[in-house]
Write a protein that binds this ligand. Structure first.
Ligand code: SAM
Length: 243
């Protein structure tokens, strides 16, 4: 399994445009959760360490893994004290228990089937310390399809690279298609797939996997979730009977 060209070949591009960007309240939210849970924090699909970096000054051990080596390289430079390795969400290889498992920025949607989601949740339940939490945030189908986006050119090694992004629906997936272009080069199309999951489906998935929702909100400020909201910020804990 690889992360695909979007991150293997153009990870630097993502990093340059988004690697330092935090959404309103995001850092404070995940910091609060890390402190509340205590113990180590782990981030599957950690990318270039965008979130781990804001937890760096906490005393807790930090772990992260990702499929894309270029992004792990960036994360290692950014958060030298974090233990980082190459692995997938589907086969995480975390050998110890943690207080918080963080899945920011739609990472749960990288699990591509109910089977993969259930397998991940079973694995995660066994990796949490008592009182530990799984925390994530999701863009919901109610957000609709984003309008096509033209990203500003980014210069790397003297080469200017432009990118456009458009989104499409295919079966249960949202496809994010990024087309990279640079003068004299054939454009490169990269397709990333995010499984569509709505709030009710998440709730059913958690319940049927022996988890329960601890909190859910429409944003990082804790605005109560209401049907039709475009985002869901949630925490869940193992507990309850699998159904
Ligand atoms: C948009 S970045 C988000 C990174 C990070 N979670 C953050 O919040 O900044 C998506 C990351 O997911 C990684 N990724 C995609 N599919 C993966 C998988 N199945 N297992 C592990 N990492 C994956 C990519 O390599 C990329 O670094």
């Amino acid at each position: 399994m690889t992360a695909g060209r979007r991150y293997e070949e153009f990870g630097w591009h993502w990093e340059r445009l988004y690697g330092q960007l935090l959404r309103e309240g995001e850092a404070a939210h995940y910091r609060r959760l890390a402190l509340r849970c205590g113990g180590p924090v782990a981030e599957p699909a950690c990318g270039g360490g965008r979130l781990l970096a804001v937890l760096d000054d906490l005393a807790q051990p930090l772990y992260g893994w990702d499929l894309a080596r270029p992004l792990l390289h960036i994360a290692r430079r950014r958060v030298p004290r974090a233990r980082l390795w190459q692995a997938s969400l589907q086969a995480p290889a975390l050998d110890r228990q943690v207080g918080l498992l963080a899945l920011p920025l739609d990472a749960l949607r990288l699990l591509r089937s109910t089977g993969e989601q259930r397998q991940f949740l079973a694995w995660a339940a066994a990796r949490l310390l008592p009182g530990g939490l799984l925390a994530g945030d999701l863009t919901l189908p109610a957000a609709g399809l984003p309008a096509p986006l033209e990203l500003p050119p980014v210069v790397q090694a003297g080469r200017s690279v432009t990118a456009t992004v458009h989104w499409a629906l295919e079966a249960e997936d949202l496809l994010e298609v990024t087309t990279f272009g640079s003068p004299g080069q054939v454009p490169v199309h990269c397709v990333d797939r995010y499984r569509q999951i709505d709030a009710g489906e998440l709730q059913r998935l958690l319940r049927s996997s022996g988890w329960q929702l601890a909190d859910w909100a429409s944003d990082f400020a804790g605005t109560p979730y209401q049907s039709g909201a475009p985002r869901l910020v949630f925490t869940a804990r193992p507990g309850g009977m699998p159904r």
